[in-house]
Design a protein around this ligand. Structure first.
Ligand code: DHB
Length: 310
């Protein structure tokens, strides 16, 4: 029994892709849709199509990945239409639609379109894209975060979640949780990539990605402890009706189990999915079931959030 629930939606299992991975176009989304994952999220959309940054902009490195994608996406209407078709063809099922406007106006425009559309799924407001030169992450500006949520909830009537960047200080966990607790959020997704790391090719004495002198978002094994800390910090601080989606460093059933122990309701896979494709969901589900069997758990709810202290 691997069922998970966010807002009024039930998912057969807690696994998903991390936004940005395997979800930019119809071909990849179809593969996600037909995979054994419990749900899927679309690539963060801007109102209009964007080409993104010049390549190389995504590089696999031994312990994870570094990227400076720059929000390449097919434009909001594509992801909305894909989602409308998905829900029509799969009664009772929904997906997550991610938006990442370059400004308050962009975000409000897309939220209005979603509100006025037949979209029945979960909307994810991405407050944490680290890759657009000159555009600081909203999630590191506490006032701007409060302001966009105030404006959004003035009119937005559908289930809404936010994607957060990682935080590294208790003062920041406390302050952000206090802001988020003011709003009827369906969920909070922790974490986006650890922003602006630098990977170096020693032999060539060079950076490995363009265009910001090699700086980019870090994912994969490097980030798991930071991801688990953020899932745990928000799980223990947020109102119980705000669910947590865990994202960061998941490559195995054991990693999923750890995110669930910290309190995650759904668990997303990014770097590992980008490297291995949608077959990863079968393998990880099998591993998770094996761990649960060994421990004598019949459902996730028997251990979700129940991380022990010393
Ligand atoms: C991109 C990266 C992110 O981490 C994100 O949240 C949105 C977009 C990108 O570079 O495309």
């Amino acid at each position: 029994e691997l069922k998970s629930k966010i807002a009024q939606f039930e998912f057969e299992n807690p696994l998903m892709n991390a936004s940005g991975v395997w979800c930019e176009n119809a071909e990849k989304l179809d593969e996600m849709k037909n995979s054994s994952s419990g749900s899927f999220v679309t690539k963060s959309a801007t109102p209009q199509l964007r080409e993104g940054n010049p390549s190389p902009r995504y590089v696999e490195v031994p312990l994870g990945s570094i990227n400076s994608m720059g929000l390449p996406n097919l434009g909001f209407d594509f992801y909305l239409n894909y989602s409308l078709k998905f829900q029509e063809e799969n009664p009772g099922k929904i997906n997550f639609l991610s938006i990442a406007g370059m400004s308050m106006e962009d975000n409000l425009e897309m939220l209005h379109k979603l509100n006025d559309s037949d979209f029945k799924g979960l909307t994810e407001l991405n407050l944490s894209c680290p890759n657009v030169p000159g555009k600081p992450q909203i999630g590191y500006d506490f006032e701007a975060t409060e302001k966009i949520l105030e404006k959004a909830f003035e009119f937005f009537k559908k289930p809404l979640g936010v994607k957060l960047p990682p935080y590294f200080d208790f003062a920041h966990f406390d302050e952000m949780a206090e802001i988020l607790n003011q709003f009827p959020l369906a969920y909070v997704n922790c974490i986006n990539s650890v922003g602006n790391g630098l990977y170096i090719d020693t032999e060539n004495e060079s950076v490995v990605i363009k265009p910001k002198d090699g700086f980019g978002g870090i994912g994969g094994a490097y980030v798991k402890p930071t991801a688990l800390a953020n899932v745990r910090a928000f799980y223990t601080r947020l109102n119980k009706n705000i669910k947590i989606i865990g994202c960061g460093g998941v490559e195995s059933g054991k990693d999923v189990f750890e995110h669930l122990l910290c309190g995650a309701e759904m668990v997303q896979i990014g770097t590992h999915l980008a490297r291995n494709g949608v077959q990863v969901f079968d393998k990880i589900l099998t591993e998770l079931s094996e761990i649960m069997n060994q421990k004598g758990y019949n459902s996730i709810d028997e251990f979700r959030g129940k991380l022990k202290s010393l």
